[in-house]
Design a binder for this molecule. Structure first.
Ligand code: GRF
Length: 223
């Protein structure tokens, strides 16, 4: 078996996606294609740090408030990521904009999960905006990171049907539940060599199963 892909996971808060990655690839998992070598938070109070420590993972806090500029902060996190031996960076609810220098240095080795079907609804409050737009499908996207916020080649997406009675909370909860399956899947596809970037497209190859290709929402079920 090939050596596992060494990843750093960057967080700022709750860390439920980190937990999904720990469950899929953590120290207790035999023959994992991924090794989480570092969990780094810019916030000392991030709940995800406790999840990481409980799993026995190395953690670092690099508090952005201690830095004069974004450039200085990004130099500091880059140093920690490299010192831990990471070769790939996974953003999991990391709420800092990264500088072009950092994004370029980690080009095609830096991914993010966003709670919307990009390129729709980049930015914040995605569930509220999806309901306001009365979209019938919503979801989450894993993508390589580029300089524009929430842009970059799309690797994988999850689809959630919007229900007539959905609130921001109910819709967000269903999307989050799909994120916890989507992110480990996308990271595994990368670690196992199924994903490459061609031009500005992420190409997934070598799979043997594909999803059904038609979904309708709403549906009318006749008795
Ligand atoms: C998720 O909704 C993710 O899509 C977004 O930030 C949230 C992080 O949640 N980027 P958690 O910290 O993983 O629980």
């Amino acid at each position: 078996m090939a050596a596992p892909l060494k990843v750093a996971v960057l967080i700022s808060g709750r860390g439920s996606n980190l937990q999904a990655l720990i469950d899929a690839f953590g120290p207790k998992v035999a023959d994992s294609p991924v090794k989480i070598v570092l969990v780094l938070s810019n916030r000392p109070d991030a709940l995800g740090l406790e999840r990481a420590a409980k799993a026995g993972l190395k953690t670092e806090i690099v508090d952005h408030k201690a830095f004069q500029s974004r450039e200085d902060f990004d130099v500091a996190i880059d140093r920690e990521i490299r010192a831990a031996g990471a070769e790939f960076v996974v953003l999991a609810g990391f709420m800092r904009l990264l500088t072009p220098q950092f994004v370029t240095a980690w080009k095609d080795k830096l991914i993010n999960i966003h709670p919307a079907l990009l390129p729709s609804f980049p930015g914040l409050h995605t569930h509220r905006r999806a309901l306001e737009a009365s979209v019938r499908f919503h979801g989450a996207t894993v993508h390589f990171v580029r300089n524009d916020t929430d842009s970059g080649p799309i690797i994988a997406q999850s689809l959630v049907a919007v229900r007539p009675d959905d609130t921001e909370e109910s819709l967000g909860a269903r999307v989050l539940e799909t994120e916890h399956r989507l992110y480990p899947l996308a990271v595994r596809l990368i670690a196992e060599g199924h994903v490459r970037v061609e031009g500005e497209r992420a190409v997934v190859s070598g799979l043997t199963r594909y999803p059904e290709n038609v979904l309708l929402n709403p549906m009318l079920l006749m008795a």
